[in-house]
Design a protein around this ligand. Structure first.
Ligand code: SD4
Length: 319
């Protein structure tokens, strides 16, 4: 099957599954089920389920985001989020995370954070307890410790050696050696929050910061519109403010699916090369959702009170 037909078929399939309606087809969008939790990759599913449990017990959308992402940060077989994640070129795991709260347009982030079990909690503390939006490196670590967040002395050397052995095999398979959780929540009251957490690209230069902790790149929320999150090679997302672009396209009336696809297409057309590895998830304030990316294998997870699903990339775009 050629690419355009394959993409069309996939788009049609998810359109039905997610209750998608083309933005031009009707003026008042069909409402999706709420609360709604959407996240990247199949490993987002248990995180979604944890987040939904909190929402259904009348917890806040921020608690849902934080506790949902905790599940992934603690999931060491995941190998690319949290302290079990991929080491950098010097053999140390440096973590990036951010969080956004729609009401008041609040945000917090941490970058190149070492030795803290839950970077998403550090990001939340930056948002709630400081006048800043982002802390990096040692300053972020000291802040997290002062906030009483749990620190873990990881044996980074062992992780590094393990990763070095795995790397050759990964390269042969051309498999991605990085993944990120971006988790978006639409509450029953219409408010939106989201978070993003990762160990970033394996073997990155020490101090390298990717898209994931950067507001507008790895995550963006506009409480009047919707939310988007990214995963993939951060350098190819952050140069385009990828998540911001998805949300701004939704503001113009596009369905989250269309907005995600248009963003990926725009980056692909600009870059004119393969191997971009960029993927986005999105939801809007109407409870609709979508995803798109250059990875045929990309999947995203969706949870509502009625269901918890892992869906194939509905917007596969070659690039
Ligand atoms: C980064 N975007 O640090 C992250 C890594 C990732 O799927 O998402 N990989 O560039």
């Amino acid at each position: 099957m050629n690419m355009s037909r394959r993409k069309f078929v996939r788009g049609a399939a998810v359109g039905l599954a997610a209750g998608a309606v083309s933005a031009g087809a009707q003026l008042v969008p069909e409402k999706g089920e709420v609360p709604l939790v959407v996240s990247t990759w199949p490993f987002g599913q248990p995180a979604n389920d944890a987040a939904l449990k909190i929402l259904l017990a009348s917890g806040s959308i921020l608690d849902a985001v934080e506790r949902g992402i905790w599940v992934t940060e603690d999931d060491s077989p995941n190998g690319s989020v949290g302290l079990g994640g991929k080491p950098n070129a010097a053999g140390f795991v440096q973590l990036d995370a951010c969080i956004m709260y729609g009401p008041g347009h609040k945000a917090g982030g941490v970058a190149a954070l070492e030795g803290i079990r839950h970077p998403i909690s550090a990001a939340r503390r930056v948002m709630e307890k400081t006048p800043h939006v982002m802390l990096a490196g040692e300053g972020a670590r000291v802040f997290a410790l002062e906030e009483g967040l749990e620190s873990v002395k990881g044996d980074n050397r062992k992780l590094y050696e393990k990763w070095r052995k795995e790397r050759a095999a990964l390269r042969k398979k051309n498999a991605a050696n990085h993944d990120t959780i971006a988790l978006l929540v639409l509450g029953a009251d219409g408010n939106i929050a989201g978070g993003c957490s990762t160990s970033g690209l394996a073997g990155k230069l020490p101090g390298r910061v990717g898209d994931s902790p950067i507001i507008g790149s790895g995550l963006y929320i506009d409480n009047d519109v919707g939310a988007a999150g990214g995963t993939g090679i951060g350098e190819n997302i952050m140069r385009y403010c990828g998540s911001f672009m998805v949300v701004e396209l939704m503001r113009q009336g596009l369905h989250p699916q269309e907005a995600a696809e248009k963003t990926v297409r725009r980056i692909v057309q600009s870059e004119r090369r393969d191997g971009l590895r960029i993927n986005f998830v999105a939801l809007d304030k109407h409870g609709r959702h979508g995803a798109a990316g250059t990875a045929d294998t990309f999947k995203y997870s969706v949870a509502t009170p009625g269901k918890s699903l892992v869906l194939d990339n509905p917007g596969y775009i070659v690039g």
